[in-house]
Design a protein around this ligand. Sequence first.
Ligand code: HPA
Length: 249
Amino acid sequence: MTSDSIDLAVIGGTGLYALAELRDVQSHQPDTRYGAPSGPVRVGTLDGRRVAFLARHGEGHSVPPHKVNYRANLAALQALGATRVLALNTVGGIGARFGPRVLACPDQLIDYTWGRISTLCEEPGTEVLHVDFGDPYTPALRRQLLEAAAKRGIDLVDGGVYGATQGPRLETKAEIARMRRDGCDLVGMTGMPEAGLARELGLEYACLAIVANWAAGAGPDPDEQITLEDVLANVAAASAGIPALVSAL
Ligand code: HPA
């Protein structure tokens, strides 16, 4: 494999720690100037495409959202030759169109995270960048994702506002009510700073949000408790078509 032969890099979120359909897998443990990524990058073939996969929280889900080395993860994928990154993000649904098991391709985000390293420009001697981030997801890659879903007959909601929260706890009902007033449709803990860093690195980046649950108080039963079992079951059910989608991208 040459380092520039990767067609697509996929970052898996909660409940998605591997792409079982990858064939002829080689594992890489790249070290980057930002440190080590969350785990090995698995590079393999899916329907003739070279795909790199990295589990954002580590393959054993041991890295919490605020401790993920987002810079190292993206830099590792870039060092292996990736130019396009598909981020899989497990989320809660706020808007009525975003119930459990829905797949969505958001087009906007609001960042509520704090205290995370959110730029490459912290290294001594690095030129400060003020990257354009008006459209936080790469429009061309979003279009390709939507076309791939249509080609494979997979329902994918086009658009929505992703609200990135700090975690790892889930939100209060009041926090979700505020996010709804702010215009958020989805809530997750890992959308930022990843999207911003991808832009600074010059990577094409799009989000495939997998709705695992109604966010606190957002569903038909406002007192419903969110359980990890439900989250994982919904992610597993909603993710069934993802390999086909990835291979069509
Ligand atoms: N809130 C934040 N992140 C999430 C949720 C949620 O309800 N579900 C899955 N990831």
